[in-house]
Design a protein around this ligand. Structure first.
Ligand SMILES: [Fe+2]
Ligand SMILES: [Fe+2]
Length: 268
């Protein structure tokens, strides 16, 4: 199977099992394929993407209450599912990107599938199933701003995954405080992998851009409003994880100096 056949099958799958089937060991490289920009994923009926206003997700303090915790875990599982779909989407959209970049996308895609399964297991331990609550298309809503591999790494890696360095940590702490070891461990695992994912994005920001422009300005020019540094961090800024991801000190400083905002634009 070719990389693009696999990516397309994942995005168009209408079963969860189809979405979460890991990439086969031997995927063949694509040759002379044209770019495909799919506009929406296939989904099982119970995971159909709805408008954000139809979906309410409790804040991290909700972790203390198992009824709210399942809704948080449900939203996190959906983030992971969308991440897997979007990495597959990028494989179809950027067939001419360098081989190591595309191989990195496949590896991260597999991590995102694994993260989704981890959260599904946490949900099951609490008696819930993925598909029990409505889900949004938070990441899918941003594909119009992803016209190049550079924009893709700045949006997915250096905005959403970068912010998750703070969110996953905050949720892990809240799960720990609530005595839910399984959920805390899953979040810690996601956090550790997210450092590698941000490192991938940082590496490719530097490879795909003009070094004279500077990483910060390149980042600002590569994300579409309302995304940007205010959305690339949470309330509690985890500097250590950014260092571990290899971000330059100057970039970290500027990010730390930016006030975090919620998706709706309100301060965090
Ligand atoms: Fe993930
Ligand atoms: Fe990730």
């Amino acid at each position: 199977m070719s990389v693009s056949d696999f990516a397309r099958r994942l995005i168009e799958a209408e079963t969860l099992a189809g979405k979460l089937e890991p990439p086969p060991r031997r995927l063949t490289c694509d040759e002379n394929v044209t770019a495909i920009r799919l506009t929406a994923p296939g989904r099982p009926d119970n995971l159909t993407i709805l408008a954000a206003r139809q979906v309410k997700v409790p804040p991290p303090v909700g972790m203390a209450d198992p009824a709210q915790r399942v809704r948080i875990l449900h939203a996190l599982a959906n983030h992971e599912l969308q991440a897997a779909e979007l990495f597959a989407w990028a494989l179809l959209a950027f067939p001419d990107a360098p081989g190591p970049f595309r191989r990195g996308l496949v590896a991260i895609l597999a991590d995102e599938q694994r993260h989704c399964r981890l959260y599904i297991e946490c949900l099951a331990a609490l008696g819930a199933r993925f598909g029990d609550y409505p889900v949004t298309g938070h990441f899918w809503n941003k594909i119009a701003g992803l016209t190049t591999p550079l924009q893709f790494v700045c949006t997915m890696g250096l905005t959403f995954e970068n912010a998750n360095l703070d969110f996953a940590k905050e949720y892990a702490r809240a799960a720990q405080d609530a005595g839910d070891e399984r959920t805390a461990t899953a979040l810690d695992q996601v956090h550790a992998d997210e450092i590698r994912h941000v490192r991938f994005a940082w590496r490719w920001l530097n490879q795909l851009s003009n070094p004279l422009e500077g990483a910060w300005d390149t980042y600002l020019a590569s994300v579409r409003w309302p995304l940007g540094p205010a959305r690339a961090r949470g309330k509690q800024f985890d500097r250590t994880s950014r260092r571990a991801a290899g971000l330059a000190d100057d970039f970290i400083r500027k990010l730390e100096a930016t006030a975090p905002k919620r998706p709706g634009g309100a301060p965090r």
